[in-house]
Design a protein around this ligand. Structure first.
Ligand code: FMN
Length: 186
């Protein structure tokens, strides 16, 4: 009799434990945010591909004062901001930032580093990146890919980091393989 009771209790316990594990799996994996700054659309394109493949939410980092639409004036404003260390004011806000476990942060290379809007975003008091997993990505014409990815890492010193990705303009060759390699996508 005692043996039967122990068996029944053990069976109940195991079933319960199993259901709990299944429940957790059902709730889904980590919550993902894909935050990006993009002036001419390349980084937006890459961000959208990442969001599509990972199921992440998209957030576009935007400045209160838009950058000039013409290329040369834009490079001039960007250069001055970098040289003066300006942190441009941003508009909009990530809703429920705390819910995210993994945050992709992407931008174009601007003057060999990340645009100052990304510095504003990552330094913002609105968001606590501590303990989050930050994954950098960038788009560029030909140079300073690694420096820009490294800047995003440097600006999030309290986060964990996974290997980043750089796309030339909006060429997403290798994007899915990278997401699999860092095990964000199966
Ligand atoms: C202000 C400015 C500075 C740039 N500096 C660089 C650079 O240092 N190295 C590079 O390879 N591309 C540079 N580019 C090219 C952009 O990084 C590239 O076109 C990028 O894909 C644009 O992304 P977006 O369309 O998301 O804005 C620069 C472009 C701009 C507008």
């Amino acid at each position: 009799m005692m043996k039967t009771m122990i068996f029944v209790l053990a069976a109940l316990f195991l079933t319960g434990a199993g259901a709990q594990t299944r429940g957790k799996e059902k709730k889904g994996g980590p919550k993902i945010l894909v935050a990006y700054f993009s002036w001419s659309g390349n980084t937006q394109h890459v961000a959208e591909q990442i969001a599509k493949l990972t199921g992440g939410d998209l957030f576009r980092v935007e400045t209160k004062n838009p950058y000039p639409e013409e290329y040369v004036p834009c490079t001039e404003v960007a250069k001055e901001e970098l040289e003066k260390g300006v942190r441009p004011e941003l508009k909009g806000k990530v809703e429920n930032f705390d819910q995210y476990d993994i945050i992709f942060v992407g931008c174009p290379v601007w003057w060999h580093t990340a645009p100052m809007a990304i510095w504003s975003f990552l330094e913002s008091k609105e968001y606590d990146f501590k303990g989050k997993t930050v994954i950098p990505f960038c788009t560029y014409a030909s140079t300073y890919r690694d420096e820009t990815l490294a800047k995003i890492v440097e600006l999030t010193p309290d986060s964990k980091h996974l290997e980043g990705f750089g796309a030339v303009d909006r060429d997403t060759t290798g994007l899915e393989a990278w997401l699999k390699k860092i095990e964000v996508v199966k």
